[in-house]
Design a protein around this ligand. Sequence first.
Ligand code: MG
Length: 172
Amino acid sequence: MISPKIQDAINAQINAEFWSAYLYLAMAMHFEAEGRSGIANWFKIQFKEEQAHAEIFMNYLNSRGGRVVLSPIDEVPQTWESPLAAFEATLAHEEKVTVLINNIYALAEAEHDYATRGKLDWFVSEQVEEEETAKNLIDRLKLIGDNGLALYMLDQELAARVYNVPAPLANA
Ligand code: MG
């Protein structure tokens, strides 16, 4: 059985993961409309990954005899000035998610809930990757500047991104 405190924290995180999914889906739709289908593809995969994160937490809560509570998803922005602005918003958002994950980690330690702490290890590493990837794309977009051909090539590259089921779900 899981403590009410941890259950509430995980339910809040499930909502945060769905909000992330919704944010990235909005970005995908924005860039699709802008004719940047590669960038749209990248964000669509990001959307799927965030849904998977929510699913991992839901499965975990169920496995501990907890109760998943799905609360309303807050509104997300709908437009971004440029690909650079969207990836900067992505990095800023992922940095916030990292704080959320760290907070649950600290709560799990305080509550001596080592199963939850262990479950969070994968998310801790995942956040390092999320931040690194966004940072890398920001760096490249800054180099690209207003070079249309370079941006076209990056768009083509991001079109090749494919979805891989995250390990905790693939092994579930
Ligand atoms: Mg996530």
